[in-house]
Design a binder for this molecule. Structure first.
Ligand code: PLP
Length: 418
């Protein structure tokens, strides 16, 4: 708790030690180990017989270590989570009219993939406490045409995957059985659920190693996890011209029986990214721990401000705190929330983001045009009440305290103006 005199003192005499993006451009940090991994990967490619390989060496090792981390049978490395979401939808082999349920409060990627690869996007509401798809609303929207539930693990917190799986079991598709449950864990790599890691539950999970994420592979990169041997064959085929190439990945493409007759292309990550990914994965838990510490200290400092609804940590989840979600009161939705964000930025240099409003309100005509007539009032209200202040594992405690003081002061200013 920050009392008024402490708040004033911090704001009068303090400032941020450095600017923080609302969603910082580098979500973690690199050490000499990553730099050495890059140099050494380049050095080991200096042979005309080896070059950077295809899917050998560091890539195979990264996949194996990532699968072990998530407790899955398989992991398939790819160029980005955007591509991973496309692959997930392609692998569903949708027929015209097939529906995929996905929460409106979301990053646009899942919805682009569903709409881009032949699905009918059925939006569902989010639970305001977690921002994750609300299972009871998912159940309301399931029909005999539902082929999948594509849920995002929002902002570091696992979605309730077991609830979706149970719902899917209760509503099997007449031809394909229970709808597939797919997780988008782009923002939640390293988060936990029911004693395990995100990535284990459901048909498959998509991860991102984009520059802003919890672990990164030089700006872009992604991974898919699954326990399904047929699906992994399909995913590997999509990633590399129909070639499955498990195990020793270098030469299997020449062996008979390893070619998938279906369409594929090139979605491979580079050896250098994988070499960096191996180091980042080893460091992942240690990079999440400071986020959790900062988030809990932040909650402690803000918890007595009745106007703010702070992040909820369900007991079965280990939050990775990619972002720290705050909701303002209903009556402040929209304009007053916007004013609060403006005060934070202009008066105190504290950047914030709204992650996220419903995708159809984010200014992407492709999604808006394909969801005409779908309106999600709970999600719209969340989108108008939400703001996320900066969160980064290297943020000093004094910056966290300054941000909290600025938030408390901005709330006071909004109240005075009421
Ligand atoms: C929830 C979510 N899904 C997917 C993506 C896309 O990830 P990538 O940049 O690796 O394509 C992002 C990226 O911001 C994201 O936040």
């Amino acid at each position: 708790m920050l009392d008024e005199s402490r708040r004033k003192e911090i704001l009068e005499h303090g400032s941020l030690t450095k600017p923080w993006g609302g969603e910082p451009m580098l979500g973690n940090w690199y050490t000499e180990e990553e730099i050495e991994a890059v140099v050494s990967a380049i050095r080991s490619a200096m042979s005309s017989m080896d070059g950077f390989g295809f899917l050998s060496g560091a890539i195979a090792e990264f996949e194996q270590k990532f699968a072990e981390y998530c407790g899955t049978q398989y992991a398939v490395s790819i160029t980005s989570a955007g591509v991973g979401l496309d692959m997930a939808v392609i692998a569903l082999d949708l027929e015209p009219g097939d529906e995929v349920i996905s929460p409106a409060i979301n990053f646009k990627g899942a919805h682009y993939s569903i709409l881009g690869y032949g699905g009918t996007l059925v939006l569902c509401e989010a639970d305001p406490r977690t921002l994750n798809a609300d299972p009871s609303d998912v159940e309301k929207r399931i029909t005999p045409r539902t082929r999948a539930i594509l849920a995002t693990h929002m902002n570091g917190l696992s979605a309730p995957m077991d609830d979706y799986l149970e719902i899917a079991e209760r509503h099997p598709h007449p031809k394909y059985g229970p709808p597939k449950v797919i997780g988008d864990a782009a923002r939640s790599c390293g988060g936990g659920y029911k004693g395990g890691k995100i990535g284990k539950k459901g048909w498959m999970t998509v991860f991102s190693f984009h520059t802003m994420k919890l672990m990164t592979t030089l700006g872009e990169g992604g991974m898919l996890t699954t326990d399904d041997p047929q699906l992994v064959q399909r995913l590997r085929g999509l990633r590399q011209w129909g070639m499955e190439m498990p195990g020793d990945l270098e030469t299997d493409s020449d062996k008979p029986g390893t070619r998938d007759p279906r369409w594929g292309t090139n979605y491979k990550m580079t050896t250098i990214q994988a070499a960096v990914g191996l180091v980042q994965l080893r460091r992942l838990d240690d990079m999440i721990a400071p986020r959790v510490k900062l988030a809990r200290e932040r909650t402690e400092m803000l918890k007595d401000i009745p106007e703010l609804t702070l992040p909820y940590e369900p007991p079965e989840c280990d939050h990775a705190y990619y972002l720290y979600n705050i909701l303002v009161p209903r009556e402040w939705a929209g304009q007053k929330r916007d004013r609060l964000m403006k005060i934070l930025k202009e008066d105190y240099g504290v950047n914030t983001v709204v992650a996220n409003a419903p995708t159809y309100q984010q200014g992407y005509p492709f999604i808006a045009d394909h969801t005409i007539g779908q309106r999600l009032p709970i999600s719209e209200e969340i989108g108008a009440r939400l703001f996320c202040p900066p969160m980064h594992p290297q943020m000093p405690e004094e910056d966290n305290e300054y941000i909290c003081a600025a938030i408390a002061e901005a709330v006071e200013q909004i109240k005075v103006g009421e």
